[in-house]
Ligand binder design. Structure first.
Ligand code: ADP
Length: 189
């Protein structure tokens, strides 16, 4: 199986590049942000709890996310592989992902770390906020999301370096240029 973790700050292009990777390599897509937004829309208990965190730009607690992910993963049993978008975001999540995949006889193949500087990220997220309708794409929440990213999520790069799975991808340029960088790395796996 080809299991890809697509990693990077909010606004780094994870969702956009995921769509292209899926088309090229025939993978399933699991975006924890999309799953959470669907839970909120459907008014579930999980959605109600998650909404409070998301609006403040904080992370939803690990136990909730890990349980949610296990459920989604079970629905993708027969796939060629999965692209994980927005997960893991903490070390406990990364360890839980490894355990879940190992139980299913597989593992993370590669972690793609999309690198974009903060100034560009803020500009992209503010632009997206004009059309996305996402309650977290406003300046105040964007700033907390970036802070949470630097403090809690960015350290995960070190975890994947130690696992020998980390690949840095320059996340600036046209969508196609970035995708070409990704394709080269993925094709070599
Ligand atoms: P972005 O990466 O652009 O911020 P996402 O759609 O991936 O957007 O996530 C939106 C919000 O959903 C996050 O700010 C966070 O509150 C919550 N979230 C998504 N994935 C996770 C996760 N793996 N762990 C904790 N919270 C998460």
């Amino acid at each position: 199986m080809l299991n890809i973790v697509i990693f990077g700050a909010p606004g780094s292009g994870k969702g956009t590049q995921s769509e292209l990777i899926i088309k090229e390599f025939g993978l399933d897509h699991i975006s924890t942000g999309d799953v959470l937004r669907a839970e909120i829309k459907n008014g579930t208990e999980l959605g109600k709890t998650a909404a409070g965190y998301i609006e403040k730009g904080q992370l939803v607690p690990d136990e909730l996310i890990i349980d949610m992910l296990a459920g989604v993963l079970d629905s993708k049993e027969a796939s060629k592989g999965v692209i994980f978008d927005g997960f893991p975001r903490t070390i406990p999540q990364a360890k839980a992902l490894k355990a879940m995949l190992n139980e299913r006889g597989t593992d993370v193949t590669v972690m793609l770390n999309l690198q974009v500087d903060d100034e560009e990220l803020v500009n992209r997220l503010l632009e997206r906020g004009k059309v996305s309708g996402r309650s977290d794409d406003n300046l105040e929440t964007i700033q907390s999301r970036l802070e949470v990213y630097h403090n809690q999520t960015a350290p995960l790069a070190e975890y994947y370096i130690q696992e020998g799975k980390h690949e840095a991808i320059k996340g600036v340029g046209t969508i196609e240029e970035i995708f070409n960088r990704i394709k080269k790395v993925v094709a070599s796996k």
